[in-house]
Design a protein around this ligand. Structure first.
Ligand SMILES: Cc1cc2nc3c(=O)[nH]c(=O)nc-3n(C[C@H](O)[C@H](O)[C@H](O)COP(=O)(O)OP(=O)(O)OC[C@H]3O[C@@H](n4cnc5c(N)ncnc54)[C@H](O)[C@@H]3O)c2cc1C
Length: 490
């Protein structure tokens, strides 16, 4: 039997953030994780000693919200950015028109660049870029000072752009589909089509990346290492291979003890669930959750998954830290649509230090809704299944062809070390393997904050906003709720 102030379930970036915030406030915290190791989408894996990121690759927010959150968590020293600040290192390629667009850092620079390509669209470009900044300014929860000091109702108030879709807005400023695709390209970092994505949410995700896009030295592992160091100092208990298996003490709508899958009974004041909403709902007692909430959660649509390729690049010079978004069509709604032939691929390059050597690495992710690989779902050992291996080989070859089109300098120099299909995502991103959790939609609320069980709370990428910034921010907001005003002694 263990007694804690707070039980946090799920050790992705939102669970780690939550555990740190609570422990820093002097609370006794237990963090449980279903998998054998902690980190969720921040985890890396190695092939031939070379580390690759499985989920998180780059982020905005350095010098802004992310830096503020890292400072508040005591992680600032451990998380070092490597900026993609050369215009040629952040690009969008539209295959159907064979056109490449460079995306420099900062709204003004992006505006200037886009106006060269679309001189007749200056007004639309200015209007959109101004709106991104404006929405950030009008979102109090994206400012940690306000989050620390203002009333909750002020922090979470709705704005008009919550009820307008990105597509409606883009249609209102321009009919140029290429420009619409470029302005909406952040959709590939959250997986909801512009036709349903709230304009406000899109701008909140896009604005940080517009100002500064960066990789993190050491990738997702840098966050995990920093967390582990502090967890030790703060006395956070961590149990892996562990999940909640049963509720053992309940008074009305409050649950104060659960049985864990390792046999322990855990008593707590609060339980914070940093996991997928469908996993959350399966844990709550049926009679407490209104049928309408249950139905709303059942109807959530999942964002897409990926076919991924991990490789080295054999050049005798270090490759730049770079991102190219390769879109087969200039229609994001089609790209983010199950069953569509249109797709997008993110191609990331950079250098990893392996012992005393520097190695050029390339990761590429092609979006896909689970389906194409499903015929191998029940194959016991996919590694030994010829048809599955043939499928992966064919996909990888097609991806390399595309990569070489936008990086001709790497032609013949890409050495694939690993590939993974959507089936891999199914296994490590429970329950459905979507990369960004649920799609965020106009008029649909994510499962966020206080739950029908009164001392249970939902956080994570499906709760408020996708990506690591959104996942971390959901923990800060619930932290503010649980710990009260001035909870950050920043
Ligand atoms: C391929 C890919 C690329 C991405 N690229 C980027 C990027 O470049 N930039 C960016 O900002 N974001 C990116 N993302 C998204 C980003 O990684 C996520 O938004 C974020 O990391 C999600 O964090 P989380 O804590 O909400 O969830 P997760 O990281 O999914 O963590 C949830 C954890 O809970 C565990 N769990 C599940 N059920 C239970 C249970 N019942 N009990 C206990 N534990 C449980 C899981 O095993 C997991 O460890 C990417 C995602 C993917 C998949």
């Amino acid at each position: 039997m263990d007694k804690y102030d707070d039980l946090v379930a799920g050790s992705g970036i939102s669970g780690m953030t939550m555990a740190l915030l609570l422990a820093k406030a002097g609370r006794k915290v237990l963090l449980i994780e279903k998998q054998p190791v902690i980190g969720g989408c921040m985890r890396r894996f190695k092939r031939k000693e070379i580390p690759f990121d499985t989920g998180f690759h780059f982020t905005g927010g350095f010098g802004g919200l992310l830096s503020d959150m890292l400072r508040a968590l005591g992680m600032e020293e451990d998380i070092r950015p490597e900026f993609l600040d050369n215009p040629k290192t952040n690009r969008i390629y539209l295959e159907n028109s064979n056109s490449m667009y460079e995306m420099p850092s900062g709204s003004d620079a992006v505006g200037r660049e886009l106006k060269k390509h679309f001189p007749e669209e200056c007004e639309a470009i200015d209007k959109y870029l101004q709106l991104e900044n404006d929405i950030e300014r009008r979102t109090p929860f994206m400012d940690l000072n306000k989050l620390n000091s203002e009333e909750l109702f002020f922090l979470m108030q709705h704005i008009d752009e919550d009820s307008v879709s990105l597509q409606e807005y883009l249609d209102s400023i321009t009919s140029n589909t290429k420009l619409q695709t470029i302005l909406g390209n952040a959709a590939l970092c959250y997986g909801s089509p512009p036709a349903v994505m709230p304009l406000s949410m899109h701008c909140r995700v896009a604005v940080g990346m517009r100002k500064s896009l960066a990789r993190v030295v050491g990738g997702g592992d840098a966050f995990i290492k920093s967390f582990k160091r502090q967890a030790g100092e703060l006395g956070i208990d961590i149990m892996t291979n562990t999940e909640i298996s049963d509720i053992v003490q309940r008074r009305g709508k409050t649950v104060n003890a659960v049985k864990l899958s390792n046999g322990t009974t855990c008593y707590f004041e609060n339980c914070i669930l940093a996991i997928h909403p469908r996993e959350i709902i399966s844990l709550l007692p049926e009679d407490v959750v209104p049928a309408s909430t249950r139905q709303a959660i059942e109807e959530y649509e999942e964002s897409f998954s990926f076919f991924s390729l991990f490789a080295t690049i054999q050049t005798d010079y270090p490759v730049p830290c770079a991102l190219t978004s390769y879109l087969t069509h200039d229609n994001l709604n089609e790209i983010i649509s199950p069953g569509s032939d249109a797709c997008a691929m993110a191609i990331l390059t950079g250098v990893e230090v392996v012992g005393n050597n520097k190695v050029n690495v390339l990761c590429a992710f092609e979006n896909e809704f689970p389906g194409e690989a499903n015929r191998w779902k029940n194959v016991v050992c996919r590694k030994n299944d010829d048809s599955y291996q043939e499928y992966k080989k064919r996909r990888a070859e097609a991806m390399i062809k595309k990569i070489e089109k936008v990086y001709p300098e790497y032609a013949g120099k890409i050495n694939v070390l690993s590939t993974s299909s959507t089936l891999t995502f199914n296994e490590y991103l429970p329950p459905l393997g979507s990369a960004y959790g649920i799609m965020h939609k106009v008029g649909e609320q994510g499962l966020f904050g206080r739950l029908p069980v009164r001392n249970f709370y939902a956080i994570g990428q499906s709760a408020l906003m996708p990506g690591i910034l959104g996942a971390m921010l959901s923990s800060f907001i619930v932290g503010r709720y649980l710990l009260g005003r001035n909870f950050l002694s920043v």
